[in-house]
Design a protein. Structure first.
Length: 279
């Protein structure tokens, strides 16, 4: 499997000179399976550039789109994903049960008196709702995709991709609470033995005290989760919009130190827009 980061930011896009290294686009991650099939997780603003790349490739666009949940930062790039205007495009949508509502709503111009100039029903692409993930694991070729419920306002799904002996877990917008069985232990089980864990790490230990219930994690708790679950590599994700590149580098170093202090082999880094990882 390969993972490409098109959007790593949480809450709102943050272009500018202080977000050049880790990126300013909101959530969009592309997963390329060994047989070449593609899964895209979330349609944040990062999906615009992915659309340009797909079109430049010249091949028919055909992929799975899994939506974690429908908060704006995870769906608002969809109207700007240019393959939606091509008849040769097929998008197999699945995810949290309200996912279709989430990708449709930014186009709705009846209720909001003009959110967007094009209506969803006029899009040329074949956009199919699979409606499978809420019923159980989904098989794509040799890959099995499982979900876990997020600890986040209005809920959502985290995903685990198992391909042979390789495991990738993607969990964003999730509030871990150490010592609270329901907000920690299920995620340890879900992440068990993952080669790569990508997890929400929006806040630090001081910030989280003022932001309990907002649905995001303290990066120190995320490192604890990864160590407890025996994860090989942790990628910190859903960076706070206020976070500069310099601060993210500091957080990266701090998390590496925590793992070192526990004599853990865990590798930690912060997600960078435009980067690619292979597992
Ligand atoms: Zn978010
Ligand atoms: Zn959210």
């Amino acid at each position: 499997m390969k993972v490409r980061f098109w959007g790593t930011r949480g809450s709102i896009a943050t272009p500018g000179k202080e977000t050049v290294i880790y990126g300013g686009n909101t959530t969009c991650v592309e997963i390329i399976l060994s047989d070449g099939q593609r899964v895209v997780i979330d349609a944040g603003t990062g999906i615009r550039a992915l659309g340009q790349k797909m079109k430049a490739g010249g091949e028919d666009v055909d992929f799975y789109l899994f939506i974690t949940h429908i908060h704006w930062d995870h769906v608002l790039g969809f109207p700007f994903f240019s393959p939606i205007h091509e008849e040769k495009t097929t998008i197999r949508v699945d995810g949290f049960p309200n996912c279709m509502k989430g990708i449709r709503y930014p186009f709705e111009n009846r209720m909001g008196d003009g959110f967007f100039p094009v209506s969803f029903d006029d899009l040329k692409a074949h956009i199919i709702y699979l409606d499978k993930l809420r019923k159980g694991p989904l098989h794509i070729g040799d890959t099995i995709v499982d979900t876990v419920l997020l600890h986040h306002p209005q809920g959502g799904y985290g995903y685990r991709f198992r391909e042979g002996d390789r495991i990738l877990v993607f969990i964003t917008d999730n509030e871990l609470v150490k010592g609270e069985a329901e907000a920690f232990d299920p995620y340890v089980r879900f992440c068990e033995g993952a080669d790569l864990l990508i997890h929400d790490a929006q806040y630090g230990p001081e910030e989280i005290k003022r932001r309990r219930g907002w649905g995001h994690s303290n990066y120190e708790d995320v490192v604890s989760l990864a160590m407890k679950a025996g994860v090989s590599k942790l990628v910190l994700f859903h960076h706070d919009p206020s976070r500069t590149d310099l601060e993210l580098q500091r957080i990266e170093r701090h998390c590496v130190e925590i793992a070192g202090n526990h004599n853990s082999d865990l590798v930690v880094e912060a997600a960078r827009e435009g980067s690619e990882l292979t597992l």
